[in-house]
Ligand binder design. Sequence first.
Ligand code: GAR
Length: 190
Amino acid sequence: MPRIAVFVSGGGSNLQALIDSEVRQHIVLVIADRPAAALQRARDAGIIDTIEFSRKALGKQRLSEEIQKAVEAYRIDLIVLAGYLSIFTEEFSAAWRGKMINIHPALLPRFGGKGMYGHHVHEAVIAAGETESGCTVHFVGEGVDKGEIILQARVPVFEGDTVESLAARVLEEEHKALPEAVLRVMSESR
Ligand code: GAR
């Protein structure tokens, strides 16, 4: 039975989608890089093992090292980044290649990369006059928002859309795409 760690930085609606799916039985650990509301969702769901690190206090190198220790201790097989905003060291990413997946709120390879997270993504999509956006679940490869795509879901961008209205439309698709992608990855690596 594959053991999953979910990493979060924010509200955790994607974590909730995982908790509400068949993925739940595989989640043995939730890690946050800051005080994230998502941690409460984990505890409410009975996921007792949550760890809150401080990206601010530790910095990138030590945060990656501490996380590596934690995932080793919990014998984690698959890491799911569900709205996780810190960037890992190359060493960490390389160690988890093929075993770490991320969800991004746009149709990669467009609107990805450093600084492209959360509302910044939707702002850029609207500013570019796009008529379509969506979400991408992908393996974490070399570089920010790079790596093999597992699945994408598309939504229209309407005239008059705000960051909030577009974000909500995309998020609804994220909540279906993330559990589906995780289940697919688990079934393929069996
Ligand atoms: C989601 O839209 C996720 O795709 C995005 O942060 C949000 C987290 O929401 N992730 C990124 O931008 C990563 N580059 P949530 O905390 O409610 O799941």
